[in-house]
Design a protein around this ligand. Sequence first.
Ligand code: FE
Length: 223
Amino acid sequence: MSHKDPPRSREKHRHADDHHHEGSALSEMDLRVRALESLLTEKGYIDPKALDILIETYEHRVGPHNGARVVAKAWSDPAYRQWLMDDATAAIASLGYAGRQGEHMVALENTPAVHNMVVCTLCSCYPWPVLGLPPVWYKSAPYRSRAVIDPRGVLKEFGFELPPEVEFRVWDSTAEVRYLVVPMRPPGTDGMSEEALAALVTRDSMIGTGLPLAPGGSDQELA
Ligand code: FE
């Protein structure tokens, strides 16, 4: 592969610089990302239209709201819950969520006796179709090691504590299997619609580093 700069590259750079005034609110990170995008486009490594489709997909179509719908349905519909536990990939796909990094899903159900937490100790494997892209902390070395050594401590750092008798189970994602934690349905939510329930299901509660919100949208108070 030849990586020679096209002759017009310098001119294009100046052009891009001229536009910096418009984005006065851009953060350092935004600027870096823009610079990288311009460079890769200019060198012909990426197609900006394809990039727009990807960004649109991961900003609006794919994200924790998908997983929240799965959990809310499992809370509301016992038959669906059973299907999810038996064959998570199919049950999740039935709601339209499938694709890369979600080809083999396993649902883990939290109970009063067991709390599940998901990590990828090796890198950052994550169930994209239901949770979107992983948060920065999920990919960080401290989380990847501490989730295994001290999951209870990790949960505490996220602001939650569970009774000492609750057993913690930590699941290490692999290139093949991706996990979705089904948190416990919060008390006081009887009769709520699936849509209203889904609004209580946080991203972190589906990783096991948090709990769903209480009705009304505040954090659950736990003994
Ligand atoms: Fe990984």
